[in-house]
Design a protein around this ligand. Structure first.
Ligand SMILES: Nc1ncnc2c1ncn2[C@@H]1O[C@H](COP(=O)(O)OP(=O)(O)OP(=O)(O)O)[C@@H](O)[C@H]1O
Length: 265
């Protein structure tokens, strides 16, 4: 292994370095830094307006930081547009579910494989043998994921008519189909009932355990974060307030004060 490869292997999977975001006069993020290590479930918490969504949007490349850097396996991702983050192993889901409503569960999940295919319109017209083999492998991979997420029964059903909780699983299927190293989950518990939230918690943990995928979870549901996260980063007014194990962060006086003074308490 070359020295650069060794350094890369030792680097955190994702490093947020002194990131600031300013909207007009509003400082939404102010010098936030933290590391995410391989196989970790990291919960990002904070009261309303703390800067969680802004940070999530920087990680998924929808926002450009005014200052600082974000490194994936040691390389900056800031020059990369949002539609090319899947190629380096960053997958995401959306707060309000962003699927193609008229397409089937299977076709929505297949969309996720796009970043992993080498074919283009020329190879699709000539169809050398490897295109057929690659398509068969993709079909098998998507079918495995649908089975894994208990979606095989509805594989050919348009997603529009499915319950919200099922649509959220389809989003997960699409994200997993891209074979991410890290999965960014934007308030996955939103709109789910109590039972579904705990089912989701088990599923997130299972995805990490079975597939070794690192997870960043932005979430208001404190019970979910505290029960599944290995590491928690708390933001308030755009700054990092505390980080550590769920127990450490939960008992941090600054975190308690921030939540008591907010509507999230
Ligand atoms: N596009 C924008 N333009 C201007 N100000 C913004 C924009 N997005 C966020 N802000 C401001 O930045 C700050 C951080 O907002 P952000 O949405 O990141 O917080 P949050 O922690 O995700 O809050 P919530 O839990 O309510 O979603 C807030 O003061 C917000 O009003």
């Amino acid at each position: 292994m070359q020295q650069t490869d060794v350094a890369r292997a030792k680097a955190p999977l994702l490093a947020v370095r002194d990131v600031s975001v300013v909207f007009g006069g509003i400082v939404a993020l102010n010098g936030v830094s933290f590391d995410m290590h391989r196989g970790q479930i990291l919960g990002l918490i904070g009261p309303n307006g703390a800067g969680k969504t802004t940070l999530f949007n920087c990680l998924s490349r929808l926002y450009q930081p005014s200052k600082g850097d974000i490194l994936m396996e040691g390389d900056s991702i800031l020059a990369r547009p949002a539609h090319r983050i899947a190629e380096i192993g960053i997958g995401r889901t959306f707060q309000n579910v962003a699927l193609f409503p008229n397409l089937s569960v299977l076709d929505n999940a297949r969309v996720g494989t796009h970043s992993r295919t080498r074919s283009n319109f020329i190879t699709d017209s000539i169809r050398p043998p490897w295109v057929g083999r690659a398509e068969a492998a993709t079909t098998k991979r998507v079918d495995d994921i649908l089975g894994y997420l208990d979606l095989r029964e509805v594989a050919h059903v348009p997603v529009a008519g499915l319950p919200f909780g099922t649509q959220k699983r389809v989003e997960l299927a699409r994200a997993l189909a891209a074979e991410p190293k890290i999965l960014l989950l934007d308030e996955p518990a939103g709109g789910l009932n109590h039972e579904e939230v705990y089912g989701l918690g088990d599923l997130i943990r299972k995805i990490r355990d079975d597939r070794g995928i690192t997870v960043l979870l932005v979430e208001h549901h404190m019970g979910l974060v505290m029960s599944i996260a290995d590491h928690v980063v708390a933001l308030n007014f755009g700054r990092k307030l505390a980080e550590g194990t769920p127990a450490q962060v939960q008992s941090d006086p600054d975190v308690i004060k921030a939540y008591l003074g907010s509507k999230d308490a």
